[in-house]
Design a protein around this ligand. Structure first.
Ligand code: ASP
Length: 295
């Protein structure tokens, strides 16, 4: 039996670390890590654990995913999500999906219920309706700017959001990763960031690691950041060293700000960022009292 582990993040955005919003974001990360840990403790799969954890984060209005997503330049909410199973490399993703509370679950349906891996825009919307996936009004997703950091203190079209993500290892040693986002604030309609792109916003491979990324999607996708972490683990680095090295690589090759969480095949966690902050929480092993959180 492997040692269970779960790690979550609430985005490497332009956080004011002393803000009420940071307090709410950190609390959501702790709650998400505990919810995912409970799934693992009950013998659930890593996939179930990351989906459950991301649900909690998508529900948190302070974070840019599900409820709390940033509107685009047209005032619409277009969300992206990716889920990946490290055992089989099965994956499901959606992009520019509208009017759902939990894009990560729709991504999982794409993985399980279709022959495809990635649905976007109107096609993703049609699929949601076809499987009677719960829809919501756009007003349910948009929160007042002071709640999710969309206040004027942030640049009008800031390159960062506060994407959420989770990585888990279950008792069988299987890894899974999930990433969900409303994308960057005031983005162009149709803009898709790194988050739903396999290898960029996330990756999971039992042979190496599970990873979730956050930060400047336009930079992250150029270096396929999450897969880089897996490749560095394959080269012999720990999850922590690989996250740090991948961020250095991003800085050197394309510049940009990001954050990463990971669990390697040994069940070791990694967490790194080059932004001001990134709320996170993790539990390694059966004892939830051993939870570590930070920003
Ligand atoms: N990476 C996300 C995007 O570019 C934003 C974020 O992580 O906050 O859509």
């Amino acid at each position: 039996m492997a040692n269970i582990a779960i790690i979550v993040h609430g985005g490497a955005g332009a956080w004011d670390v002393e803000s009420e919003r940071m307090r709410v974001g950190q609390a959501a990360c702790r709650e998400a890590a505990l919810a995912g840990h409970a799934v693992l403790q009950a013998g659930g799969s890593a996939l179930d654990a990351v989906e459950t954890a991301v649900h909690v984060l998508e529900d948190c209005p302070a974070l840019d995913a599900g409820r709390g997503s940033y509107p685009n330049a047209n005032g619409e909410v277009e969300m992206d999500a990716l889920i990946m199973d490290g055992r089989s490399l099965n994956m499901g993703a959606v992009a520019a999906i509208q009017r759902v509370r939990h894009p990560i679950s729709l991504a999982r349906h794409v993985m399980v219920d279709t022959q495809h891996t990635f649905l976007v825009g109107p096609g993703a919307d049609a699929f949601a309706d076809q499987i009677s996936f719960p829809r919501c009004a756009v007003q349910e997703l948009i929160v007042p700017p002071e709640v999710n950091g969309g206040q004027p203190a942030r640049p009008a079209a800031g390159p960062l959001g506060d994407t959420v993500g989770a990585v888990a290892m279950d008792a069988h040693g299987d890894l899974a990763a999930a990433t969900s986002t409303g994308g960057t604030r005031n983005k162009m309609p149709g803009r898709v960031g790194d988050s739903p792109l396999v290898g960029s916003g996330g990756y999971a491979d039992n042979w190496t690691a599970g990873v979730s990324a956050t930060g400047q999607g336009e930079a992250i996708m150029k270096v396929v950041l999450s897969k880089r972490v897996c490749d560095l683990v394959s080269d012999g680095l720990s999850a922590q060293a690989a996250c740090e090295a991948a961020i250095r690589l991003l800085e050197e090759r394309v510049g940009g700000e990001c954050g990463l969480i990971a669990i390697d095949a040994q069940g070791q966690v990694g967490v790194a960022r080059n932004t001001r902050a990134m709320p996170f929480a993790y539990v390694v092993g059966a004892d939830k009292e051993g939870m570590v959180d930070g920003r």
